[in-house]
Structure formats: C-alpha cells, structure tokens
Design a protein around this ligand. Structure first.
Ligand SMILES: Nc1ncnc2c1ncn2[C@@H]1O[C@H](COP(=O)(O)OP(=O)(O)OP(=O)(O)O)[C@@H](O)[C@H]1O
Ligand SMILES: [Mg+2]
Length: 398
C-alpha cells in the first residue's frame, strides 16, 4: 500500500520501472512512452495527483477498507490498522508471515487455486473470502486483489482491498437456515402422519404375529429384530420431530446448581450413561431465565455425545462461569478424541454424523435451543485433549 501511494522520489521499495496495473493502464490509454529505466511524467504533470493528494487518498482508503500488500509468494509486506483490528493480530505478528496464516480452511483447493491463477497472470481477482482471526473466530471479507505489474507484465506484488461482510454473511446463513427449517417443519408434519402412525401399526402387527408363533419357533428371533429396528427408526423420527417442531422457549427461573444435579441423577439412571461421572464446578449458585425442559434436551444431548466419545468410561466436567453481565457460560468437557477443527462448524448441520448409528440431530437441536434463548454455542479444544462445548446464555433483555 505504502508502495503504491508514495510518489516516485520517496519510494525506496519500488523496483525501478515497475508500475501498478492501474498506472500501466493509464499510460497505455494516454499513449505515454516510457523507457524501462526512467519514469517520464506525462504532460501536463498536473494530471497525476500530487504527493499530498496521494497521501490523502491513502488516508481515505485506510479509513474505508482493510488493506494489505503481499509479495508474489503471499508474504505480507504491509497491513493497515483495520487489517490488524479484524484479524486480531498485532502488526508485528503479520509482517513477513505467509498470508495463509489467515486461511480458515473453508474454501476448496480449486477455489484458492483459481484466485492465485488469476492474480499470477496479472488479472484482478474479486470475491468473498472467509478468513480466520488469531482467536480462531471467522470473518468474511469482500475482497479485490490487484496485481502490480513490472514492465514485462509480471506481478511483483499484490494489493488487497477488503470490506468486512461478516454480518451480512451471518444474516444470509440465518435466512437459509430458516428456509430449510420451514421446509423441514412441513416435512415433519407429513412424517408424523404418514410414516409414524403406520409404523406403530406395523410394530403391533409384527408383535401379534410373534405371539402366535410357538415358543421355540425359528422366526421368533427375527420378530425381535424387526421390532428393535422399528423402535430405532421411531427414535430417529422422534428426534426429527423435536428438532423440526421446536417451540419458542417458555422461560422461568432455573436454579443452575439444582438443574445440573437433576441432570447427574438422570445420568446415573440411564443405562446408556453407565460408567460416566458428572463433575460440576464453578459458579453453579446462579439462576437463569430459561426454558428448563429445552435446556435439559440440550444437556442430555451434550452429555450423551461426551459419554459416547469416551466409550462410556470417564468423567464429564461441566464448568459454570459468569459473563459479567448477568449471563452464564456453561462448558461441557470430555476426554474423548475431540472434534477435529475442520468439523467444528459442520457438526451443527442437521444430519451430520460420524457415528455408525447417529442421526446427526443432537448438536443442531442444542444450537436451535441456545439461539432461541439469544445465546451462542461453539466447539473448542479441551485443554487435556477431548472436546469442549461452550454455551453462552446471556441475561435476558427486559
Ligand atoms: N463430545 C464429542 N466428542 C467427539 N465428537 C463429537 C462430540 N460431540 C459431537 N461429536 C461429533 O459431532 C457429530 C454430530 O453430533 P450430534 O450429536 O449432532 O449427532 P450424533 O451424535 O452423531 O447423532 P445423534 O443425533 O444421535 O445425537 C458426531 O457424529 C461426532 O462426530
Ligand atoms: Mg449426539
């Protein structure tokens, strides 16, 4: 950036005879002859902005946009304050680093290849990129990358001008999600009526058939199998219906300590959770304004996931913290294999599962409930390995 906007004499970094694509285009249009060694100002000279004007343009650009330059290998040479602000890196941690430092792993290799191919051939690239800040959060930027070309038309540095579009992207995602949920709600109504009821009939019929068979008949095992399969199909349908028909929260004062201790008691009774222990610590002596039934749904899903990740053997920690504004942060941590970084967003997509018999609705259901409470849910690394799911439930706005 500094390179582009500083004028000839003061520009120590600019290789002689090198021009930006814009300057080159300007000279081509005005038919100015340039030698490869010296820069001949076009006449009248007043057509080019003065140093002062250039500095003002730079100032204006810095106010409006996130600006950076990199060399042709992608090494960062300049960043403005807005760049540091959005990426949450101090300038010193960025300069000299490869721009890939900010890669979020979201875009496909083909997409990134196309970007590099475009700018390496001296063409301007425009698009929307998702980058990762130093604290692991993501941000979206509308991006224009302009290659600066030398006299042979080869890029020698890239200037990137970006605008923060994170809020718009989140809004778009929310609208898409809502549209998907509306269709899912309609589908759920059909499923409930057209699939669940006949399934109950089939189950009854199969059981009746079973009871007609003699005690030692071969087919009895098979009948048991069919009934078990129908039951697990029904469980999937129930999950789907709970997810699709989520109602608005019915809030009341929930005592966090009592809520978590009930949860521990429920866990102790559930055969699927035998072998795991729940340990609660932190500021559990709080009350929150929430829908206790919906929260129970959230935590039973999280605890079940944690127990499954630890093969039903070990301790699950729930830590309760204040958020300094009357809300709470609840973190559920296990000592299983953890959730790989590239899956930490995908696990909240409906029907995403890596488990053999999973439906992939546990975390999406938790997310819907938490967001209906105005909160946020995210997956982190647990300090000792394993997964940590963090839920922030803010104080309800009056
Ligand atoms: N504590 C955890 N440790 C490791 N991976 C986890 C953990 N919790 C969730 N996951 C991953 O996230 C995926 C989605 O979880 P989610 O609870 O939504 O669905 P599921 O457990 O697969 O199926 P179900 O609908 O029966 O809950 C899981 O398949 C698993 O890959
Ligand atoms: Mg689950």
């Amino acid at each position: 950036m500094a390179v582009f906007l500083e004028s000839g004499g003061r520009d120590r970094h600019r290789p002689s005879g090198r021009r930006t694509a814009a300057v080159q285009a300007y000279h081509q249009e005005s038919h100015v002859v340039m030698s490869s060694e010296t820069f001949v100002p076009p006449s009248p000279p007043s057509i080019l902005p003065s140093t002062n004007e250039l500095e003002q343009i730079r100032y204006a650009l810095d106010q409006a946009a996130i600006v950076a330059t990199t060399d042709v290998t992608g090494r960062i040479k300049y960043v403005n304050d807005k760049f540091c602000e959005i990426s949450k890196y101090p300038r010193g941690a960025l300069l000299g680093q490869d721009h890939r430092l900010l890669n979020s792993g979201y875009h496909s290799k083909a997409f990134i290849r196309e970007l590099w191919h475009t700018i390496a051939h001296g063409r301007i690239w425009r698009g929307e990129l998702r980058n990762r800040a130093s604290d692991g959060s993501f941000y979206w930027v509308d991006t224009t990358i302009v290659p600066f070309l030398d006299e042979r038309g080869k890029p020698w540095q890239y200037l990137a001008i970006r605008y923060d579009i994170t809020a718009r992207k989140l809004q778009e995602a929310r609208l898409r999600e809502q549209a998907a949920l509306t269709s899912l709600g309609e589908l759920a109504a059909v499923v409930a009526h057209e699939v669940r009821n006949p399934l109950a009939g089939i189950r009854g019929g199969v059981q009746l058939l079973g009871s007609l068979l003699p005690e030692d008949a071969d087919g009895r095992d098979l009948i048991g199998d069919i009934v078990a399969r129908i039951d697990s199909l029904n469980a999937v349908l129930s999950d789907l219906l709970v997810f699709a028909r989520m109602r608005a929260p019915r809030r009341s004062e929930v005592d966090v300590a009592a809520f978590l201790s009930d949860l521990g008691a429920w866990m102790a009774l559930d055969p699927a959770m035998r072998g795991v222990r729940l340990r609660v610590s932190g500021h559990a002596d709080r009350t929150i304004d929430a829908d206790a039934d919906q929260l129970r749904l959230v935590f039973s899903n999280l605890l079940l996931n944690a127990a499954q990740a630890m093969n039903n053997d070990g301790t699950i920690d729930v830590v309760v913290d204040d958020d300094d504004a009357g809300g709470v942060v609840l973190t559920v941590t296990d000592r299983g294999p953890g959730i790989p970084e590239e899956l930490r967003e995908r696990v909240f997509e409906p029907f995403f599962t890596t488990r053999h018999r999973g439906t992939g609705l546990g975390l999406p259901t938790a997310k819907r409930v938490v967001e209906a409470h105005g909160g946020e849910i995210s997956v982190l690394d647990a300090p000792g390995g394993g997964a940590a799911v963090r839920i922030h439930l803010p104080q309800r706005q009056a």
